[in-house]
Design a protein around this ligand. Structure first.
Ligand SMILES: [Zn+2]
Length: 187
């Protein structure tokens, strides 16, 4: 899966640390970045397993997630050990609606999960779409709490973004909104 690190004036927001938390810690040090928070597009097992290593290094690190996904932490259905063990609820878990960054907009896109969101950075023409929108596809809706009808409604919020917006999905290659409108059967 794709983890993204977004930085602004020396501070870093880590989007979906799915694995390799130690590697993310090293990368932050190499780049001279101070972590501000973890931003989750959703709380599925493969997007959160890097959190414990980050919390070990940065114990006060806030973790933002859609409120509809908060119950997934520690839930037996949200793990596939050994690669994806049960991840306990982060010490400072916050509702993503409390996130207040002037350059980043949270778009609620439930469907893949009940609390799924995308992060839009209009100034950089960037959308971190999690598992809502992939290049040529969308996230599966057969996990607990998933709904294809809800996901289709959420996609309507993404197709209105500028066509040249670069989409970084939760898995697979990058794409753009225009390319997905042209070639994604779900749109
Ligand atoms: Zn997922």
């Amino acid at each position: 899966m794709n983890c993204s690190i977004v930085s602004d004036r020396g501070r870093a927001w880590i989007v979906d640390p799915g694995q390799e938390g130690e590697r993310i810690v090293r990368l932050l040090a190499q780049k001279g970045l101070e972590p501000a928070a973890v931003l989750l597009t959703h709380a599925h097992f493969d997007h959160v397993c890097g959190i414990p290593a980050l919390e070990k290094e940065f114990p006060d690190l806030p973790v933002y997630v859609g409120s509809g996904d908060m119950a997934m932490f520690g839930h037996p259905l949200n793990q596939f050990p050994p690669e994806y063990p049960s991840i306990p609820r982060p010490a400072d878990l916050r509702d993503v609606d409390l996130l207040d960054l002037p350059w980043l907009k949270t778009i609620h896109t439930p469907g893949h999960t009940p609390g799924g969101v995308c992060y839009h950075i209009p100034g950089d023409g960037l959308l971190l779409s999690g598992d809502t929108l992939f290049a040529g596809s969308v996230g599966r809706t057969d996990f607990p709490g998933g709904s294809m009808a809800t996901l289709v409604d959420s996609l309507k919020k993404l197709v209105v973004l500028p066509g040249e917006t670069l989409v970084i999905p939760g898995h697979g290659p990058h794409t753009t909104i225009a390319a997905e409108i042209a070639g994604n059967p779900f749109l």
